[in-house]
Design a binder for this molecule. Sequence first.
Ligand code: ACO
Length: 437
Amino acid sequence: MSEAKNNNNSFTLIDNRTNEKIELPVFEASVGPDVIDIRKLYAETDCFTYDPGFTSTGSCESKITFIDGDKGVLLYRGYHIGELADNSDFMETCYLLLYGELPSPEQKRKFETGITYHTMVNEQMSTFFRGFRRDAHPMAIMCGVVGALSAFYHDSLDINDPHHRLVASYRLIAKMPTLAAMAYKYSIGQPFMYPRNDLRYAENFLYMMFGTPCEPYKVDPIIARAMDRILILHADHEQNASTSTVRLAGSSGANPFACISAGIASLWGPAHGGANEAVLNMLEEIGTKDRIPEFIKRAKDKSDPFRLMGFGHRVYKNFDPRAKVMQQSCHEVLDALGVHDEPLLEIAMELERIALEDEYFIEKKLYPNVDFYSGIIFRAIGIPTSMFTVLFAVARTVGWVAQWNEMIEDKSQKIGRPRQLYIGKTQRDFVPLHMRT
Ligand code: ACO
């Protein structure tokens, strides 16, 4: 049963073809826009709704993440993203997203231990990597190996068993950094590093990325903290393309590893998670501040497919609150590393300044999004550009599994099956080949 309240609110539609009135219930949001329940619309009017890109369509009810795009607010389970980034850590944020509340110290300890003891992957998976070309994009590898987890962990595939779902969720959160680091190590021809359970989540990930078996590797605590913050900022974001993909794949009853692999594929695109990689490529292409106006001009030119990467968002029509934290983190990391004149940061800040004063960007409410500054931090830490979106996938896994679990537990959910406005040929007779001209 849906938990949504309708408080007897309704929306009346008048069908001008028949002059009939149709009453549609309105469900109340705890904050943000209410929704009109159109489930009986087709039965009563013989019409579907039409909303390409789902700009006005709510696909589910959810208690996990709230975004106010006009005010630039992002809440995880009611907590402001800025407060979490400043005061929490990624493991605590994972617990919050999965269970709905911040953990007690004991709950947190148990949760971290639970995640930590799932960080290793089946040893056979390492041979799996050898099937990929060394120059494969790590996101291509991630799509394959995360989906392949379902071939290894048969004891957590029953989606109707809450314990199986929990174990699969822990496994996914725990193993993503291990697989991501393996994808990186494979691409540079270095041996895989086993996870270290004495390290915290972000620290362990950096260790597996940059450590080698030849010598001890100590992760810089400032870098580990910056990485942890980046993970918090990317952990969930309501019903975006990749999360909706995970939900849609999961709605058919597909196993969680397959669903997350589908989410990774969706995240890869440059209009979504692939933008962080695209931003850095763009900043490098711009090269010097004096070339910024040329790129702004191209972004505004409708006949040029170029867009300012890291700018604009479907939901935010104000500053993306994550971009603000990211900009601050960017300065902190560069300061900590003693980088005081990073040319890409200077280009990015100047680009932001010029775009925010430009009529085109003001009118269309295009502001920097989370990806605008993240690439500069990643680069400063030493993460190669091709790994940027992989990091996003590592962070977003908890959001995906939280949303997937919520969907499975929601009895009002059905298999996702959109309809269409058919504009093709009507039925016609088959013409045998010899009679066709
Ligand atoms: N540069 C130039 N113009 C832009 C940009 C941009 N970055 N973003 C949007 N516009 C323009 C569009 O051309 C369009 O103009 P029009 O109304 O004259 O046709 C208008 O702004 C609205 O754009 P839409 O594409 O309709 O907006 P939508 O909500 O569908 O797209 C998106 C949002 C995909 C994020 C878009 O802003 C974009 O492509 N940005 C660049 C890629 C990017 O940074 N993606 C990361 C998003 S955040 C994330 O996934 C983590």
